[in-house]
Design a protein around this ligand. Structure first.
Ligand SMILES: [Cu+2]
Length: 165
């Protein structure tokens, strides 16, 4: 019992143990990806319904970060629109201007508020006129390549705030 199985057991152990530290040292594999994607969510997302069909619409809502690390949104897209970007409206010298944001940083355990007159999603080239109550899919792309799925509801005005703290 003492002599017979020892050789084969130690070979087996070596085979199991040796690659393990190397795999750990290799660093970012699957777990960080899943974690990052779950950090952000879009709450109360909505698209302002224009009085008449328009080539450019605005989307709003709260991008909430439930993780303890900063999350950075670098792009957005939607199957219903040809192009989606993040904009910020600011009044400069008494004139309201929009500029495109290349990065939207969402603080740990914080949120980015997208609302009329401020941050918003600029939704361009809709594939068809949108109807009140319609649910439009949105994808946020994070720094590092992870993506977050969200829904924007077409409405005449902002929805009642839900969930949160
Ligand atoms: Cu805009």
């Amino acid at each position: 019992m003492r002599t017979l199985p020892i050789f084969s057991v130690s070979v087996l152990l070596a085979a199991v143990l040796l690659p393990a530290p190397r795999a750990t040292a290799a660093g970012p594999v699957a777990p960080p990806a899943a974690k990052a994607a779950a950090c952000l969510s879009v709450e109360d997302g909505w698209i302002r319904l224009p009085p008449a069909p328009r080539p450019m619409l605005a989307g709003f809502g709260r991008i909430a970060n439930r993780c303890s690390e900063v999350q950075v949104v670098v792009a957005a897209r939607s199957a219903r629109f040809g192009e989606v970007s993040l904009h910020e409206t600011r009044v400069v010298d008494g004139v309201s201007r929009m500029r495109e944001l290349e990065r939207l940083v969402v603080a740990p355990a914080g949120e980015a508020l997208l609302q009329p007159g401020g941050l918003h999603l600029m939704l361009m080239q809709p594939d068809a006129a949108l109807a009140n109550g319609e649910r439009v899919p949105l994808v946020l792309v994070l720094e590092g390549g992870h993506e977050v799925d969200a829904i924007l509801v077409v409405a005449g005005q902002a929805p009642q705030r839900t969930g949160g703290e």
